[in-house]
Design a protein around this ligand. Structure first.
Ligand SMILES: [Fe+2]
Length: 384
């Protein structure tokens, strides 16, 4: 067995009102002139107003600056503009506020500040990524878990595809998980982002890499999501459920340092080719992906079922999988996530392009079982 790295290093402040701790923590990190990075939709929300008021209330006369141009599936130019805003305002730290897109751009902009001429396709040629400006992550969705991740997903100009820029130096110095900030998330987005977190937990748990620490975190993440996501979906003001979802999303992302699987490889092209929301894409592919894996590796989902509260300890492998998958199907349907791709504007003419990108996506390389091009075609057809 090759040596592997187990990393759980992010300092995290959790709880209702945790945002109030931001100014004192910025001071501890020697951030005097933070750049707040977010997307245009968020600027009109209560979450943004709270963050702005918290930064504005800073008593030491410090300034803060704003970049709010991040796209839903971020592109290279978002990172360039963020780095330019950082340098034009002589900033000394980055605060990402938002969903995965804003956090990913905030994270990656520091690379361009260090290497303004960076060619992203040659990112890994750089011998030294130390000394990046500090990054504080404040998620306003409970899904991607980007706040605890060491990577940014950016669509590159050169390839028009999502590239995963991974480096340990990208990690946030501090994460603030304040359930108040997700209170305003509408039910549809609550469901879709939550389904992303759920898919992270399921795919990382079933990924065949020896990492029992991540496995435990993934299973408890599933347990939390099954309990809290329906509550957060029905009542956005349920701060206990909102808090559990924020932690579960972070847990999903911690767990997927193990890696992901075929569902994410199906979901990524649905975003780049069809513009579909990442969480929704995962949700619509999850059950088909689970059925595919269970048929080739019976018993794979027994402990997922147990985490969902199912009594499948003594069931046969086939029954444990079947009951778990059936539970997941009903669970997603309860969140309004039981639709077909074509109901979201995906055209069967796009099948070839989806298959081509799906096969090339790296996530399925660590799937529970191998996935062929023909498998991708069948899987997409099933959910089309
Ligand atoms: Fe994801």
């Amino acid at each position: 067995m090759n040596p592997t790295t187990f990393s759980f290093p992010t300092r995290t402040l959790f709880g209702v009102g945790a945002l109030r701790e931001l100014p004192v923590n910025l001071a501890k990190l020697n951030i005097r002139r933070p750049l707040l990075v977010t997307d245009p939709g968020l600027v009109n929300t209560e979450a943004f107003r709270s963050a702005a008021a918290t930064l504005g209330a800073n008593s030491e006369g410090k300034s803060w600056f704003l970049y709010s141009g991040v796209h839903p599936n971020p592109v290279e130019n978002d990172v360039r503009e963020t780095a330019a805003a950082f340098q034009n305002n002589n900033c000394d730290g980055v605060v990402g506020l938002g969903g995965g897109s804003a956090l990913d751009v905030a994270k990656a902009a520091r690379l361009l500040v260090k290497r303004p001429q960076l060619d992203w396709t040659k990112f890994y040629d750089e011998p030294d990524w130390s000394g990046l400006f500090p990054f504080v992550a404040i998620p306003t969705t409970a899904g991607t878990g980007s706040e605890v991740g060491r990577s940014s997903v950016i669509t590159l100009d050169a390839t028009k595809r999502k590239a995963v820029i991974f480096h340990p130096e990208l990690l946030a110095k501090l994460v603030i998980l304040d359930p108040e900030l997700t209170r305003g998330l509408p039910p549809k987005l609550t469901a879709a982002t939550g389904a992303d977190a759920l898919t992270h937990c399921i795919e990382s748990y079933t990924c065949p890499v020896f990492h029992p620490m991540c496995d435990g975190i993934a299973l408890e993440g599933i347990h939390l999501i099954v309990e809290a996501l329906p509550r957060a979906y029905k009542d956005g003001n349920d701060l206990d459920a909102r808090g559990k979802m924020l932690v579960a999303a972070a847990m999903g992302a911690v767990a997927f340092q193990k890696d992901l699987g075929v569902v994410h490889s199906m979901a990524h092209p649905l975003s780049t080719i069809c513009g579909m929301h990442h969480g929704l894409a995962n949700a619509l592919c999850l059950v088909a992906g689970m059925k595919f894996c269970a048929a080739r590796k019976p018993g794979l989902y027994r402990r997922v079922g147990i985490a969902c509260g199912l009594d499948v300890i003594k069931s046969s492998d086939a029954e444990a999988d079947q009951r778990t998958i059936s539970f997941m199907k009903d669970f997603l349907a309860g969140l309004g996530l039981n639709t077909k791709l074509r109901e979201h504007g995906v055209n069967p003419d796009q099948l070839d392009a989806l298959v081509n990108q799906g096969v090339e996506d790296p996530c399925h390389k660590t799937n529970a079982v191998p996935v062929t091009r023909e498998n991708f075609r069948e899987l997409y057809k099933e959910v089309m």
